[in-house]
Design a protein around this ligand. Structure first.
Ligand SMILES: Cc1cc2nc3c(=O)[nH]c(=O)nc-3n(C[C@H](O)[C@H](O)[C@H](O)COP(=O)(O)OP(=O)(O)OC[C@H]3O[C@@H](n4cnc5c(N)ncnc54)[C@H](O)[C@@H]3O)c2cc1C
Length: 498
């Protein structure tokens, strides 16, 4: 598919009804609008469009910055659509000179809508979307507006792959800079942030600085894990690629929620008895897609477990999935779908649209823990999950993360599993009920937490949650680097911390 079609005056409601793949095209920031008039403000050195709050098309631009429908009621004074490194530098200089605090938007998927802040300047880098693949070195050099599907398509054309986000439209820079649990994480280096080899960063003084293990290593450290509170604009990321798997297969097993004990015991038993360390296992507690929304939880809530194998041949993929087929997952489930072949595009569309409601563009709030006690955490939250306010609310469990402990990354945690509740709903009048349900999980799951994932945290509820996404030492070092690189506070920090 062509990833470069502009936004064509689709209403946000129409976007919500689109397939995940279609939405990637539509979600490019608006470039061609009939109501467009010559911009009233131009910033010296900025070729991209500049939208001021009083402009007629400000509100559509502002809303288009955030992918989901929980549009924050926060209003930047200026939105700058950067087209080039030069645009970013000029915009940052303009902001610094005029005392405008800067926020950054790339893919716009952050659940808190962190790119929208009150006042100041929002720099939208989503139009900077070039990808260069170096086949020999197995690297990609990407601009910050590149999204999941674009990178995987470009890499696969050269027989390579990257742990890209599970939804095609998620921005690679927000995703990798915050951590990044991407497809085939166990074999592709754990968190994607550890596959960042280098970055170009425009810092608060308007300089383009290179961040690698040897050039500005402290900036490199901060790029790798700080996520939605980084103090600079990343205009290029150099990424490690991996040989593309030739065969992708998945086996899924469905149980009623009441059988959660059986499910967690069977998963633990398979993981103890067999080497399934190459497998990406995902367990979703969810509402059965074919059961009406108002059905009682005993008739509607299910455990949907899927093991993904990414291998060199179909035979190897089948062998990798065999332990699951021989376990109680297969013998005790309600429904099984084993050895389903997938192409990457199918992973996004078929897997996401059928089995994971997170791909739906609606109102949205998330939180999470990293844990080594996933079974206990799931049992602790199961009763609360039953009270999910909508059909799309679910809990995602991503196991076998195989995170590496790396001193040159501020990403702080080594844990086996991510557990994240997701509230997804449509009407603003249901906000309070959904936030209450989401926040009701925290006292239940936090006792099992090693730490939290900064890209999926509910920072609107409690800004201190951001601090809990880092070890104390890393948090302190991030503050110190912020003071060093951005002494006048040109860039926003985490929501609630600026
Ligand atoms: C449908 C959906 C699916 C998802 N799937 C996954 C998944 O599979 N795995 C996973 O780990 N996460 C996933 N996420 C979470 C995702 O990683 C975060 O939402 C992430 O913040 C998205 O990045 P973005 O660039 O799209 O967002 P944005 O909202 O554009 O960016 C978030 C923030 O990151 C910072 N930032 C982004 N780009 C830059 C830059 N170039 N320079 C400096 N700072 C920058 C800014 O502070 C910005 O406000 C998913 C989210 C959604 C909504």
């Amino acid at each position: 598919m062509n990833m470069h079609q502009p936004f064509r005056r689709r209403t946000l409601k129409q976007l919500a009804g689109m397939t995940a793949l279609g939405a990637v095209n539509a979600l490019r920031a608006p470039r061609v609008l009939a109501a467009d008039k010559p911009p009233r403000l131009s910033i010296p050195g900025v070729a991209g469009k500049v939208i001021q709050r009083q402009d007629a098309d400000y509100e559509i631009w502002r809303q288009a910055m955030v992918w989901h429908m929980s549009k924050p009621k926060r209003y930047p004074d200026l939105i700058v659509q950067a087209k080039s490194d030069q645009d970013v530098i000029a915009a940052v200089n303009h902001a610094a000179k005029g005392g405008l605090k800067v926020a950054i938007r790339s893919g716009g998927h952050n659940s808190n809508g962190s790119c929208l802040r009150d006042g100041g300047m929002a720099i939208d880098v989503s139009s900077m979307d070039q990808v260069r693949i170096d086949e020999a070195k197995r690297t990609a050099s990407i601009q910050p507006g590149v999204r999941s599907l674009e990178l995987i398509q470009a890499a696969r054309a050269k027989g390579l792959a990257f742990p890209v986000p599970h939804c095609p439209s998620v921005g690679l820079s927000g995703f990798t800079m915050g951590g990044g649990m991407g497809w085939n994480w166990p074999q592709f280096g754990g968190m994607a942030t550890h596959s960042i080899l280098g970055a170009d960063v425009v810092t608060a003084d308007g300089r383009m600085q290179r961040a690698t293990p040897t050039e500005n290593p402290d900036l490199y450290w901060a790029v790798r894990g700080s996520g939605p509170g980084f103090f600079g604009v990343v205009t290029r990321l150099d990424l490690q690629l991996y040989p593309a798997p030739k065969s992708i297969m998945a086996s899924s097993y469905i149980f009623p929620l009441a059988a959660l004990d059986t499910v967690t015991a069977a998963i633990e038993s398979v993981r103890k008895k067999h080497d399934v360390s190459r497998i990406e296992p995902i367990l979703v507690l969810m509402h059965h897609p074919e059961v009406p929304a108002d059905a009682p939880p005993e008739k509607s809530k299910i455990c949907f477990f899927t093991a993904f194998a990414f291998e060199d041949s179909e035979q190897k993929a089948r062998e990798a999935l065999l332990p699951f087929a021989q376990s109680e997952l297969a013998s005790k489930c309600l429904v099984k779908m084993e050895y389903q072949p997938f192409a990457y595009e199918g992973l996004y569309d078929r897997y996401f649209s059928l089995n994971d409601p997170a791909g739906r563009c609606a109102r949205y709030a998330v939180d999470n823990i990293f844990t080594n006690d996933a079974s206990k955490a799931l049992h602790a939250l199961a009763q609360h999950f039953r009270a999910a306010p909508t059909k799309d609310c679910h809990v995602l469990t991503a196991m076998n993360l195989r995170i590496r402990n790396q001193a040159d990354a501020c990403f702080s945690w080594v844990a086996d599993t991510f557990v994240g509740p997701y509230a997804i709903w449509d009407d603003e009048q249901d906000d309070a009920r959904n936030f209450a349900w989401l926040r009701g999980f925290l006292p239940l799951i936090d006792p099992f937490a090693i730490g939290h994932y900064v890209n999926e945290i509910d920072g609107r509820g409690d800004p201190d949650r951001y601090r809990q996404c880092f070890s104390e030492a890393n948090w302190q070092r991030l503050q110190q680097l912020r003071r060093q690189y951005d002494p006048k506070g040109v860039f926003h920090s985490y929501l609630g911390h600026s």
